[in-house]
Design a protein around this ligand. Sequence first.
Ligand SMILES: *Cc1c(COP(=O)(O)O)cnc(C)c1O
Length: 221
Amino acid sequence: MNVEKNILRLTGSLPAGCRLVAVSKTHGADKIMTAYNAGQRIFGENRVQEIVEKQPVLPPDIEWHMIGHLQRNKVKYIADFVALIHSVDSVKLLHEINRQGERISRVIPCLLQVHIAEEETKFGFAADEVPDVVASEATAGLQNVEIRGLMGMATLTDDEDRIRREFRGLRELFDRVKAMPTPPNVQFTELSMGMSSDYQVAVEEGSTLVRIGSAIFGERN
Ligand SMILES: *Cc1c(COP(=O)(O)O)cnc(C)c1O
């Protein structure tokens, strides 16, 4: 894999308004620096232990995004530096992120993860829960989180129509919530969808953040 070439090709092909999250999980500092030197500044990790190991040894202007399932008891380790948590999948987690933000006087940007795929998974809100969560009084009281939008993962399939339907459904939900009266800590600007295998469809359906790993860094072990 030519990491530099992949970064340039990808960033050159994304439309204005869509940013690349380079998913660097399992890859070392050397590969991350190659991407960094090609101009990449947003990196995504899915494990707390890995993101806390990498963050202090890499340049301070990197934006670290947490994209994987986050346990409540680990929020405290990333609260002071994480630029965006894509994977908020419960109200309890949202409250814990707020608690940690309060502790360090920081407003932590978050996305709500929505379960859009056919596959059974433990993670993510059901689409019909999202309007209630963002409009609830309990959410309005969370002064140390900002809910910036939604994240979703499509079904792992070759059926492009199915992937498109799932991304389109998430986009429609995003638009619906954006048009709702919501408290000041809900500011819908980001729609995180699309990975190596399906980002082109996601971009066509309105993604603002594509999370791409293997198409940049190669296959993971
Ligand atoms: C690993 C991962 C990605 C990137 O997957 P690739 O297929 O390597 O692009 C995107 N999103 C999440 C949540 C991931 O865990």
